[in-house]
Design a protein around this ligand. Sequence first.
Ligand SMILES: O=C(O)c1ccccc1NCC(=O)[C@H](O)[C@H](O)COP(=O)(O)O
Length: 213
Amino acid sequence: MTEHGNRPGRTRIKFCGMTRPEDVDAAVAAGADALGFVLWPGSKRAVDIACLAHLAARVPAFVTRVGLFVDPEPELVARAAEHLDLLQFHGEESPATCAALGRPWIKALRMRDGLDLSAAAGDYHQSRGLLLDAYRPGLPGGTGETFDWSRIPASLTKPVILAGGLTPANVAEAIAVVRPYAVDVSGGIEAAPGRKDAALMAAFLQAVRRADG
Ligand SMILES: O=C(O)c1ccccc1NCC(=O)[C@H](O)[C@H](O)COP(=O)(O)O
């Protein structure tokens, strides 16, 4: 069993791909720590700035609003950031590009063959964490697929946010193997892309709490 740096007493939980007010309300009521909003137009879960503003305004204090971007124009980030607490980059953004935007950020790394995670943690040392996700060519995120969790070294110097194909059924095993700082889920709590399921969100929360003991 591994233990990553800065792991809190409990596993933090991020629900990603929010598009509907009722899903935001249900996620907050269930106890999510963070909610993700996809600002990449190519996604089935994409929201525009007006929708983001509407959804983000429903989120109470101490629940983190995270905006997802794929190689964005700085102007898009600037407009979205008014409604966000944290930026999440899913493209080929360099460490300098992420840092230049002047906001707290995390970097999503897709676990392609040969990725050196320790080197990436050094490269992205200014990030607030690394989100580790499955790799599928041509799809920057939201694959619904898991990866080999044993590839994550225990010695990573950044908080690990584990993503990719997590569900209420497998998240306890994922936590036992990886001991991440946080878990991130999108497809595993959905009835359809962009439509969250309140019962699945609650089940995911309960599975994480049980895994934390
Ligand atoms: O969800 C998308 O469509 C998406 C598109 C482009 C970049 C990121 C995207 N989603 C990211 C996430 O929802 C999560 O951070 C992560 O990929 C987990 O998704 P899932 O495997 O469905 O749980």
